[in-house]
Write a protein that binds this ligand. Structure first.
Ligand SMILES: [Mn+2]
Length: 314
């Protein structure tokens, strides 16, 4: 679908800010990186904003990541948010016109312009479709970024959403010069020693509930500090808990520094975990979602969530 109004808005803008969400993942940074290149091709003044200071080492190969700033520029007249499922994921208030490009089911079209496709496997896929529909050429830098988001959000093409459209996009990005080898090195393989050690500890403490259908993992501040791990290092163990044949849903409860709890849910498709996260004011996708709780009493929370997961079985 062509978006003439959005193209016109971009063309009129003088200073554009591309936005990745707080604690950015590969999809958010990659899609923002591709838009950053697109703005440079239009000879726009462009800034790259993310409210979080610490960027995962494995994502630093992406084009323009060194340009990231955590202060929103005062003279900007247009912002484009990438992979931000809610306005709060931006991490700051935006006073300028906003274009929201995303694929979260929970996205409530919070911007003046919204390009949201919940069927897309990644925000980079939404962006790829936007570029093609509006005849915006994709150079090798953009192709590498778009491929990185596709690779990560499809869990290395293992996700159930991986289909012929995903492979067709990957093929086209290869032909456009995407650096597939570097993406594989960093997105699919890169693990720090801290992340490996934390993963080992998480696997040892994993419990199965409901005849092995629910895998429960938890990480407290003590574990994080012991291994020198970061929040994003918890993801690998959570994803892999679903590799157990009996497991339908994996739940991770991670204690934040301020003693609140961050819940992350992954599902094989038999439970819509976006609906479960919604109950706690969070959201995401049917197969992957998150929420935050203002308590660190894990035992009560565990009982309640297991009950909710049971109720949301499809
Ligand atoms: Mn995404």
């Amino acid at each position: 679908m062509k978006n003439p109004k959005i193209i016109e808005t971009i063309e009129k803008a003088k200073h554009v800010v591309v936005i990745s969400h707080v604690n950015p993942d590969a999809d958010s940074l990659s899609s923002a990186s591709a838009v950053y290149t697109y703005m440079l091709k239009l000879h726009k003044k462009v800034s790259f904003f993310c409210a979080s200071k610490n960027i995962d080492e494995k994502l630093k190969f992406l084009p323009w990541v060194e340009k990231l700033r955590d202060v929103f520029p005062a003279d900007a007249d247009l912002a484009i948010s990438l992979d931000c499922g809610t306005h709060t994921r931006i991490g700051t208030e935006i006073a300028v016109d906003l274009i929201n490009i995303d694929h979260h089911q929970s996205n409530d079209a919070y911007a003046r312009f919204n390009i949201v496709d919940p069927d897309a496997i990644s925000t980079t896929q939404v962006l790829f479709d936007f570029f093609k529909a509006n005849e915006i050429s994709i150079n090798p830098k953009m192709a590498t970024a778009l491929y990185a988001g596709l690779l990560d959000d499809s869990s290395n093409f293992l996700s159930k959403k991986t289909d012929e459209k995903v492979f067709a996009m990957a093929k086209e990005l290869c032909e456009l010069g995407a650096d597939v080898k570097t993406c594989s090195e960093y997105i699919s393989k890169y693990m720090s020693l801290a992340a490996y050690r934390l993963k080992g500890a998480m696997m040892l403490s994993m419990n199965l509930h409901q005849d092995g259908e629910i895998a429960l993992l938890h990480v407290d501040q003590e574990m994080m500090q012991k291994y020198g791990a970061r929040a994003s290092d918890c993801e690998a163990a959570l994803e892999e808990a679903l590799h157990l044949p009996s497991v339908r849903v994996a739940l991770l409860l991670r204690e934040n520094k301020d003693r609140t709890l961050k819940g992350s849910l992954r599902s094989d498709g038999s439970v819509n975990v976006n609906n479960v996260a919604n109950i706690y004011g969070g959201g995401g996708h049917p197969h992957s979602s998150g929420f935050t709780l203002k308590t660190n009493d894990m035992q009560d929370v565990i009982k309640e969530i297991i009950q909710l997961i049971k109720e949301h079985k499809q």
